[in-house]
Design a protein around this ligand. Structure first.
Ligand SMILES: [Zn+2]
Length: 408
């Protein structure tokens, strides 16, 4: 199976290079696949995905996000049924050319949990019992280049976002890229109070400089796993900006997060507490503040407030902040350390007129964040796939991968 994974990574790298050469976006490619545990057989789910930020105008339409969209989840379920009919032992694998940012990491966890905690249906008929009994293991996430390598070669730096997530989990009242506060329904702008009061399902409202930019409703289905009200509000606002012809439609607030301009400052008001997906989406879109609104005159359904049905948002956030490969994660994260994995990033650098500066979407990186960056570099490190293949082989055995059956 390791060879199949390497092969998939080569394809993801090719997709990333093509994306750069076509000028469609950054040097990032991803593939979702089923791999047979006992052989090198594999099947890709749909086409490989590539970073589509320039095309969509939405900051988090990264390669991994593209291959976890509803169409792919539907195809995946059908392919999985076919594999099980054929008596194969499928492992679900997500391969990406670069290490996933926290938004994509959260999405991978959501998909892994959705599948392993769910049940497979063909029409009305339930097949094979619980998927956990069959798939019974974590989703494998394999990446080619680390945060530090992509920063060094091509100027992309996701480490501050990860560090900010860790810091927020440890010190929710401390400084962070997205300032956070809790407020009562009647202690927020009146226009926002009115929307909350009159529309129980519209639970996320994005405001910039006093103007309501977008209102988000939970639009998730059993194949659309990410369209929470917050994601919907962000996406709607970005698409509006793109249609209006803005140069960087993916930026909703003031990228100067340390001292945002009053008129450009964007705030998301939500009836929910904070989950990691929401937080990461806000970081990427340069939304400056997050207000958890309490005292709503109705109770919001639990399903609409949680990013993962079986887990509170807070537990999910803390699980993500612990990094990779622990018992609260449904992912087994590996890195392939082959030199050619850096190729897409070299191609990106060669296409630029100057060596790209190391940036991270304008988010402020204060001194306190530096300490978390060091910690993050340590806990967000995939197990080596090729440096010590015996070790990697052991990790893919059923015992190591067995899931904690009690949802947190
Ligand atoms: Zn991402």
């Amino acid at each position: 199976m390791l060879e199949a994974c390497q092969d998939l990574l080569r394809k993801a790298n090719e997709t990333a290079v093509k994306n750069v050469l076509l000028g469609k976006g950054g040097p990032f490619g991803a593939i979702l696949a089923l791999c047979d545990e006992g052989s090198n057989a594999y099947e890709c789910i749909g086409e490989p995905g590539a970073n589509a930020v320039l095309e969509t105008g939405v900051a988090t339409t990264h390669a991994e996000d593209r291959v976890l969209q509803p169409h792919y989840i539907e195809v995946l379920k059908n392919v999985l049924i076919r594999w099980l009919d054929d008596g194969l032992a499928p492992r679900l694998v997500l391969v990406s050319s670069g290490q996933s940012c926290p938004a994509c990491h959260a999405k991978a966890e959501i998909v892994a949990r959705h599948l392993t905690e769910g049940r497979l249906f063909k029409g009305q008929e339930e097949l094979f019992g619980s998927v956990q009994e069959i798939l019974g293991k974590n989703m494998i996430v394999l990446y080619g280049t680390s945060y530090q390598e992509t920063a060094r070669v091509a100027g992309f730096n996701d480490l501050p976002y990860v560090a900010d997530l860790m810091r927020f989990a440890a010190e929710p009242d401390g400084p962070s890229m997205v300032a956070y506060e809790t407020r009562d329904l009647y202690d927020i702008p009146k226009a926002v109070t009115d929307i909350f009061r009159d529309a129980p399902r519209k639970v996320s409202i994005l405001v910039r400089g006093g103007e309501v930019l977008a209102v988000g409703e939970d639009q998730r289905t059993d194949i659309d796993l990410f369209s929470t009200s917050e994601v919907t509000a962000i996406r709607t606002a970005c698409i509006k900006q793109k249609q209006a012809g803005l140069e960087a439609p993916w930026l909703l607030g003031d990228p100067n997060t340390r001292n945002p301009d009053k008129e450009r400052k964007a705030i998301l008001y939500t009836g929910s507490d904070i989950g990691p997906l929401m937080r990461a989406e806000l970081q990427w879109s340069a939304v400056n503040g997050l207000v958890h609104v309490t005292g709503l005159p109705y109770e919001l359904p639990k399903t609409c407030l949680r990013e993962i049905p079986s887990m509170t948002n807070d537990a999910f956030l803390r699980a993500m902040a612990r990094g990779y490969n622990h018992d609260k994660s449904r992912l087994s994260v590996l890195q392939s350390t082959r030199t050619y994995n850096k190729n897409p990033f070299f191609v990106w650098t060669l296409k630029q007129e100057n060596m790209p500066a190391v940036t991270y979407n304008g988010a402020a990186c204060d001194d306190a964040l530096q300490g978390y960056m060091e910690k993050a570099a340590f806990v967000f490190r995939g197990e080596a796939l090729d440096e010590n293949s015996a070790k990697a082989d052991r990790r893919s055995g059923p015992t190591t991968f067995y899931l904690d059956p009690s949802p947190t």
